[in-house]
Design a binder for this molecule. Structure first.
Ligand SMILES: [Ca+2]
Length: 134
């Protein structure tokens, strides 16, 4: 006797690049918070990527000294991610020389994730590497 099982609907991959299709298809949410940003009124941009493929790119204008982002179903299970982010310190509207910028590996996740990215005073800032994904 052969039983045919109905397949579930495919996952919505609209926010995730298809070149990562060889990775597991379980997706997790990501929330980012951070404090101590002396950049009120300026843009903070963030890019989350794996192996050079950008999974998330977002930005906000700071109304106080903190950041907060959240996205649903953006991290693939078990994939190692890196975050690039910057504060538009020179008010150019883009990530470039003169900004406060950082790169941090955040590892792989097997469930929904929350990470903290506080402003770190670490001049000279790594805008060459951080701005590559913007
Ligand atoms: Ca800038």
């Amino acid at each position: 006797m052969i039983l045919w099982l109905a397949c579930a609907e495919p996952l919505d991959t609209a926010t995730v690049d298809s070149s990562l299709d060889s990775a597991p298809q379980v997706l997790h949410d990501l929330a980012v918070t951070g404090d101590n940003y002396p950049h009120i009124g300026q843009i903070v941009g963030i890019s989350v990527h794996a192996a050079g493929v950008v999974a998330i790119q977002d930005s906000m204008v700071l109304s106080d000294n903190s950041i907060a982002f959240s996205w649903e179903d953006v991290l693939r299970d078990g994939v190692e991610y890196t975050v690039d982010w910057y504060a538009d310190n020179n008010d150019s509207g883009a990530c470039d020389d003169g900004d406060h910028a950082w790169v941090r590996g955040i590892g792989a996740f097997t469930s929904d994730a929350q990470i903290v990215l506080d402003h770190v005073n670490a001049a000279p800032y790594d805008y060459d590497a951080a701005c590559d994904t913007f």
